[in-house]
Design a protein around this ligand. Structure first.
Ligand code: F6R
Length: 363
């Protein structure tokens, strides 16, 4: 039931303080401040992780690549399932395969799981539906426990996928001894703060709605990010296009000058995802490059970032400060609300966008 919400999507956006907290209880011991992963994943011994998914779940995998490589020093290959399954991928027995899928039924992702299982890899499925085919067929089923997601555009499943993958990263870091106990405590504490930070982010709803009313009159938009915010830029563009039908592209900010900048005209909206982290200055310089070509800049940042760059944007969305580890989760709330309100302003069918199905069980 939608309760007091106008759409399932909005209800699901608002559930996220709770759903992210629930995901965490499957992995994080809040008293010991450490994360646990099922033994069978074998984090201490593997030499590589292969994460396969589609759509929004693929962007969660992309964030996880940054995390696992930086924190747990494991090589991570990611791919969209429809490409992976048909390109004769070379896989080694020492790799761990993880499928990420809200439904656990997506045909291409399931085929990728079966391919790797046949090759003798240890397989895991990170799913929302624990009775799904992937959960049954993988060696290890990993829950996100976000509750049923009705809106076709994925929101709470995405932040729960991120939360579970962040937890697994910390467990892998401990198993592989790549992080000190102090670092583990700091990162785990940061993760346990996310439900509160999401709650604060949701308070921006009205101000984001006002910005969305400007965006709703545009015919195309660009999203930029760097590092672990790159997938959030891609996800922001996906959310916007699927429910508002505005043409939207996400790019790694550093790629801009290699082509896409040619599309920037006077008034072209560019949504820049840039919390104050080690890449902030670099992203801001990309922001200036497009601003000087007339782009309409919507800066999505945190309090520290806002203090340093607020004069450079036409509109600004200021999220609470967070550890850069969990910032992709916090930033997600802004891009979801922005897409939602833009679509509502355009009068589209937010919960049932044209041409889309909730679960893609055909190739
Ligand atoms: C986008 C969206 C889709 C799904 C994709 C994978 O909002 O919902 O891109 O993320 O179809 O679905 P699952 O996660 O069920 O495998």
């Amino acid at each position: 039931e939608k309760g007091n919400y106008r759409h399932f999507m909005l209800k699901e956006i608002y559930e996220q303080p709770e759903t992210v907290g629930r995901t965490m209880t499957n992995y994080v011991d809040e008293f010991r401040l450490s994360a646990d992963a099922p033994e069978g994943l074998g984090f201490a011994k593997i030499d590589r992780i292969i994460i396969i998914a589609c759509g929004t779940a693929y962007y969660a995998a992309m964030v996880a690549k940054y995390w696992f490589e930086q924190i747990a020093d494991i090589a991570v290959d990611i791919d969209v399932a429809s490409e992976f399954r048909y390109r004769s991928p070379v896989v080694s027995q020492d790799s761990l395969f993880i499928a990420v899928s809200q439904s656990g039924e997506t045909a291409d992702t399931l085929a990728a799981l079966r391919y790797c299982k046949d090759k003798g890899l240890r397989t895991a499925a990170l799913v929302n539906v624990m009775t799904s085919t992937m959960a049954r067929e993988a060696d290890i089923a990993l829950p996100i426990n976000a509750g049923p997601e009705i809106g076709v555009a994925s929101t709470k499943a995405f932040t729960s996928q991120l939360t579970a993958l962040a937890s697994l990263t910390l467990a892998a870091g401990r198993a592989r001894k790549t992080i000190s106990r102090d670092a583990e405590i700091r990162l785990t504490r940061a993760l346990t703060q996310t439900p509160r930070l999401i709650k604060e982010a949701l308070l921006l709803d009205e101000s984001i709605e006002a910005i969305a009313s400007d965006l709703s009159g545009k015919s195309s938009a660009f999203y930029l990010g760097r590092g672990a915010q790159t997938p959030i830029a891609l996800e922001g563009a996906l959310k916007l296009k699927e429910i508002s039908y505005i043409h939207a592209e996400g790019y790694a900010a550093g790629e801009l000058k290699h082509g896409p900048i040619a599309l920037i005209e006077d008034g072209t909206p560019v949504i820049v995802i840039a919390p104050y982290d080690t890449l902030f200055e670099k992203t801001v310089s990309n922001l200036q490059e497009v601003a000087s070509r007339g782009a309409f800049i919507i800066l999505v940042t945190d309090e520290t970032g806002a203090a340093s760059a607020k004069d450079m944007a036409d509109e600004i969305i200021v999220l609470p400060n967070s550890d850069s580890f969990v910032a992709p989760i916090v930033m997600s709330i802004a891009i979801q609300l922005l897409a939602y309100h833009t679509a509502v302003a355009r009068g589209t069918d937010v919960d049932q966008p044209r041409n889309l199905a909730k679960s893609v069980t055909v190739e």
